[in-house]
Write a protein that binds this ligand. Structure first.
Ligand SMILES: Nc1ncnc2c1ncn2[C@@H]1O[C@H](COP(=O)(O)OP(=O)(O)O)[C@@H](O)[C@H]1O
Ligand SMILES: [Mg+2]
Length: 156
């Protein structure tokens, strides 16, 4: 089997990363899951802000981590479940309900998916964000199945 396609983008500002997210949000369909991998400050929340914009949510809806693990935004074209697992303890995975949105008709964007790596849906869009010096961020888009591939294609 051939390796999955990887699309790599380098952005040079917060706004450019938001635009990448906006395209993903415009292309997303109900049930899509995006797993955002990358260290603190790599741009995960910024990307989710763009996804929100692409789904037609009002500006300023998406915020950085609080003690709430799942933020639901219902005002867009589709519901957006913004999941931030940063503070999830190793024994909490069963009790938080972080994955409730995935089965429903929402779009789910997950920050810190490594916290629950074994329980992620098999078919999703992995997005890896890395610092590339200064304000540059390398963003790699890696589908893990047909649904993820379709989303990547609609967003490209
Ligand atoms: N190219 C870029 N893409 C995204 N964010 C950038 C970029 N350049 C600088 N930044 C800054 O990096 C920070 C990213 O923060 P955030 O999106 O909250 O990251 P994370 O959620 O991964 O911790 C913001 O302060 C943003 O202004
Ligand atoms: Mg964040």
């Amino acid at each position: 089997m051939s390796a999955p396609p990887v699309n790599e983008i380098v952005t040079r500002s917060r706004e450019e990363t938001e635009k990448v997210g906006e395209r993903l949000g415009r292309g997303a369909v109900a049930g899509d899951v995006l797993a955002l991998w990358g260290e603190l400050g790599s741009g995960k929340t910024t990307l989710v802000r763009g996804i929100a914009r692409g789904l037609g949510l009002p500006q300023g809806e998406v915020t950085s981590p609080t003690f709430v693990i799942v933020h639901e935004h219902e005002e867009g074209r589709l519901p957006l479940f913004h999941v931030d697992l940063y503070r999830l303890g190793p024994d909490e995975t069963a009790s938080t309900g972080w994955d409730e949105g995935i089965a429903a008709g929402a779009v789910t964007a997950i920050e810190w998916p490594d916290r629950v790596a074994g329980s992620l849906p098999a078919d999703r869009l992995d997005i890896r964000l890395d610092h590339a010096g200064g304000d540059e961020r390398r963003i790699r888009i890696e589908p893990t199945g047909p649904r993820g591939s379709a989303l990547a294609e609609r967003a490209s």
